[in-house]
Design a protein around this ligand. Structure first.
Ligand code: SAM
Ligand code: SF4
Length: 313
């Protein structure tokens, strides 16, 4: 397995744009079918009032945002959402909860949700915050396919973004998940005031994990009203695309998900991200509490580009 150095990564990250994209396309074609887009759906099963202070997050209880708090969703409502996602064409159903770590009383309910979603015939993913060994084992026994836990940015910049936990806390949970045999979904957010060096350091952290993540969500910051990052200037598009291309080269076998921020991207910008190696998107109108392009628009875009997903539609 390749262990990447900062010097290697800087060399291609800073290449002329077309050369970089060419390198990313080669990596993509060696490991993936070019006309396949992975479609996942994300549901917030417990919203807001999170004790963590992630400065990008509208669900943090530390900030006055427009998000309405909601307790854990009932099982039946989750099942109905999962059935809709399946009939829309999603293959994976991800459930997110705004927790530092899962509370004892709610954890068994989440286990029931995972089992029920699997019974519908969907892959399952949950993102519940930090986990201990017992919780990881219970998730594994329930048949969970993926656990999401994002590193978000470089270790240096992380301290400016979240103060209620450390980078090492995140790495510890990731290590537990990996050891259990559950697949790892881990990525981050671009455009949180980080430098290019931070973006390279962030990718190095992901690609140099003992085993790189199977799934890598790359979010474009959605500046949320009331959060400390509400007025952040958007990251330049070409820089965002460069980061996707670098992720594809460094983690050629991973599914790279173009995640939050697609509502403000043109079809052409999204297409450049797909050319750079993104081969997974969220399907559905909502991403936890944020917006996402509607189903009809995504179907149109994927059909225009000749992806196989909706050729039956
Ligand atoms: N509480 C869990 C945790 O942090 O691991 C899961 C929920 S959290 C909301 C899921 C992910 O959404 C975050 O790790 C972050 O990468 C992304 N996210 C949250 N707010 C965002 C924003 N304003 N813009 C872009 N991505 C965001
Ligand atoms: Fe809580 Fe997750 Fe939001 Fe951080 S990103 S405040 S942990 S919900």
């Amino acid at each position: 397995m390749t262990r990447w150095s900062k010097a290697d990564v800087s060399t291609f990250y800073e290449m002329p744009f077309i050369e970089l994209i060419g390198k990313a396309i080669n990596a993509h074609l060696q490991h993936h079918k070019p006309n396949e887009m992975e479609l996942c759906t994300l549901l917030s099963i417990k919203t807001g009032a999170c004790p963590e202070d992630c400065s990008y997050c509208s669900q943090s209880g530390h900030y006055q945002t427009e998000v309405e708090k909601e307790k854990l969703m009932p099982l039946e409502a989750v099942i109905a959402k999962a059935k809709n996602a399946k009939s829309d064409g999603a293959t994976r159903f991800c459930m997110g909860a705004a927790w530092r770590n899962p509370p004892k009383k709610d954890f068994p309910k989440v286990i029931e949700m995972i089992k029920a979603v699997k019974d519908i015939g969907l892959e399952t993913c949950v993102t519940l915050g930090m986990l201990d060994d017992e919780q990881v084992n219970m998730l594994h026994e329930a048949g969970l396919d993926y656990y999401n836990h994002n590193l978000d940015t470089s270790p240096e910049h992380y301290k400016n973004i979240t103060t209620t936990r450390t980078y090492q806390d995140r790495l510890d949970t990731l290590q537990r998940v990996r050891a259990s045999g559950i697949n790892v979904c881990c990525g981050g957010i671009l455009g949180m005031g980080e430098t290019r060096e931070d973006r390279i350091e962030f990718l190095l952290q992901l690609a140099n994990l003992p085993q790189p993540p199977e799934s890598v969500p790359i979010n474009h910051l959605i500046p949320a009203k009331g959060t400390p990052l509400a007025d952040m200037q958007p990251l330049e598009n070409m820089e965002f695309i460069r980061t996707i291309a670098a992720a594809r080269i460094m983690m050629p076998a991973a599914m790279i998900r173009l995640s939050a921020g697609r509502t403000t991207m043109s079809d052409e910008m999204q297409t450049l991200c797909f050319l750079a190696g993104a081969n997974s998107i969220w399907l559905g109108d909502k991403l936890l509490t944020a917006g996402n392009p509607g189903f009809d628009h995504d179907v149109q875009l994927l059909n225009k580009l000749g992806f196989d997903n909706f050729t039956h539609a």
